[in-house]
Design a protein around this ligand. Sequence first.
Ligand code: PXP
Length: 398
Amino acid sequence: MPVDLSFHYNCPDCRVNEDLLQRRTCALLRECRVADHGLSILFVDDQEISWLNDHYRHKSGPTNVLSFPFADGADITLAQLPVKELGDIIISVDTALRESREFNQSLHDRLTWLITHGLLHLLGYDHELSETDAIVMEDKEQELLRKLQYPRSTAMTHLAINVDHIATIRQARGGVEPDPVAAAAICEMAGAAGIVVHLREDRRHIIDRDIRLLRETVKTKLNLEMGANKEIIAIALALKPDMITLVPEKRQELTTEGGLDVHAQKKSLVKTIDRMTKAGIPVSLFVDPDARQIKAAHEIGATFVEIHTGRYCDAITEKAREQEFQTIATMAEEAYQAGLRVYAGHGLNYQTTARIAALDTIEELSIGHAIIARAAFVGLDRAVRDMLTIVQEAGRIS
Ligand code: PXP
């Protein structure tokens, strides 16, 4: 039975992920064994919920959630209903937003809590009846939210492979093997959703010939990683990759060390974004998980941000890793809500990827070194498939 989500809510500063809430609600219905029943959820603002609160409950002011069971007033069980309908849940996004700040939760987690609460009311739970009823309802709520744990069920995170290090091996001898173009084809055949290459100013791995051939042969999506320098911008405009990712680039670094300081370079970045946009090339900005950078990326018109996962991957203690993970989760949510499409990458390996892949707000991961390193022992096809399994398993509802 479908869950019908409707929005009477319009706010330019906050974006609600309908797919995500739909998936979470379907999982809740399955957990409560009422997946064969219809349910309608309406998202409104404070003004509309205040009116409903006053009209139906004779209470003034806004509230967070209202539930109207299909058989309201009739003392019958679900099994006796003439149709398989649970009823309506009405949620104020204004109140949910305020509460999410107050409880230091993401908006989507707050909305999920409110859906769970509203659903339990529809199923006959009522915390207002007595203290015992309140405890029973809260326990059930906690149990459902624990089981849900907010994983995604359908829209899996994509895996894009960075093949720079195939080129690094080739350049070690200055010859023609191994060829990153052949590597890209193997990655695609193994299930990669995209190919990423970084054309560096010093051409230390990927060279111009590679990107020309990749442009012709990549069938999924070619993401050209690059510094915003004049020569490389001209190459990108002529090549027209499916997208570009702007990164800070220093000659002396071994790999990209940190995210772009978008906030400090707004003026120059906006020019590059404008030129790319005019050429039909969407731009991603590689940023640290930092609210100021994400806000700046949104303000200057980036389509994507790629959140730097390096600090999370490099963390030495469990506590530090957990902190870095929570920062990434919060920043990904913030970027998503601002309307940015969110990618993540750098340093991810076979141990650290699963948690990041389970975040619903992250659309794609960009992974290179760990996969190419494993490929040296097990072959590239197998190394890609092993990572793909991790990404896909992380996205399944357990
Ligand atoms: N994303 C960006 C922006 C990068 O610069 C890199 C490294 O080239 C990656 C992702 C991939 O990182 P790794 O090779 O550590 O998986």
